[in-house]
Design a protein around this ligand. Structure first.
Ligand code: ADP
Length: 248
């Protein structure tokens, strides 16, 4: 349990554009973006403010619909889905980790982690649950409330909650944005581990070159376009590309 067959594409965007507004005030937030995320890969998305990172994440995760182009999650074309089916798909096949953790304050750590399964009417496989809580280092915190945890621990609960359904892809939006450097590194190491050990596919939006260096690949957005990609990134190489994008 836990390790899955690798190979294939988890998420595929084909010529995705997103235009907000119309006429003179229209803004092209994404401009013909095509990208495939391989199963079991860790991708970081970077780019200046306003370059389209949030729009990219929202379109890829089925939170927003592209103006043109297609998004596929595995074999499923999201544009063919009605709202209810899209909501169910997000709940069952996509994991989300946000900067602000978004845990339910009245639920214990264990209840927060297993919530997506209960919402989907699925039972909790004890062996997988144990493996997840052990990996995120929360085995001795299961009966605590979020308010009794540090920021780093709360983010690890959020990661466990995103991982528990074994989603096709986990989206992380600035997951270390609210954490100090050391705690942030622990969270990034955890994300790296769940890609390497569980074959989980992860896409992370970040503005931090060190955070991006934990990924297998960094994609750079500029003015809504895919401007560049960097394989096996180092912090220095990422920072250098960001600087040249700023000038671009
Ligand atoms: P980033 O996350 O890189 O800062 P965004 O995806 O938030 O970039 O924004 C890309 C562009 O689209 C920006 O010019 C932004 O102002 C515009 N934009 C984003 N969301 C909306 C919206 N709901 N309505 C109008 N314009 C938007």
């Amino acid at each position: 349990m836990g390790t899955r067959i690798s190979g294939g594409t988890a998420v595929q965007l084909t010529e995705v554009s997103k235009v907000y507004g119309r006429g003179d005030t229209a803004v092209t937030a994404l401009d013909q973006v095509s990208i495939a995320l391989a199963r079991g890969s860790f991708t970081a998305v970077m780019g200046p403010s306003g370059s389209g990172k949030s729009t990219f994440l929202h379109c890829a995760a089925g939170l927003d619909r592209p103006t043109t182009g297609t998004v596929r999650l595995g074999e499923t074309d999201l544009s063919g889905l009605k709202e209810a089916a899209l909501t169910e798909l997000r709940r069952e096949r996509i994991g989300f980790v946000f900067q602000a953790y978004n845990l339910l304050p009245a639920l214990t750590v264990e209840q927060n982690i297993t919530l997506p399964l209960r919402l989907a009417g699925r039972s909790v496989e004890r062996e997988w649950f144990s493996q997840v809580v052990k990996n995120v280092g929360l085995a001795d915190r299961l009966t605590h409330l979020p308010s009794e945890l540090s920021g780093g621990q709360q983010q690890r609960v959020a990661i466990a909650r995103a991982l528990i359904t074994q989603p096709d892809v986990m989206f992380a939006d600035e997951p270390t944005g609210a954490l100090d450097t050391r705690t942030g590194r622990q969270v990034l190491t955890l994300l790296r581990d769940i890609v390497t050990h569980f074959g989980q596919t992860v896409l992370m939006v970040t503005h931090d070159p060190i955070a991006a260096s934990f990924a297998d690949r960094v994609v750079f957005l500029a003015d809504g376009r895919l401007a560049d990609t960097l394989e096996r990134p180092t912090p220095a190489a990422v920072a250098e590309r960001m600087t040249s994008l700023g000038e671009w």
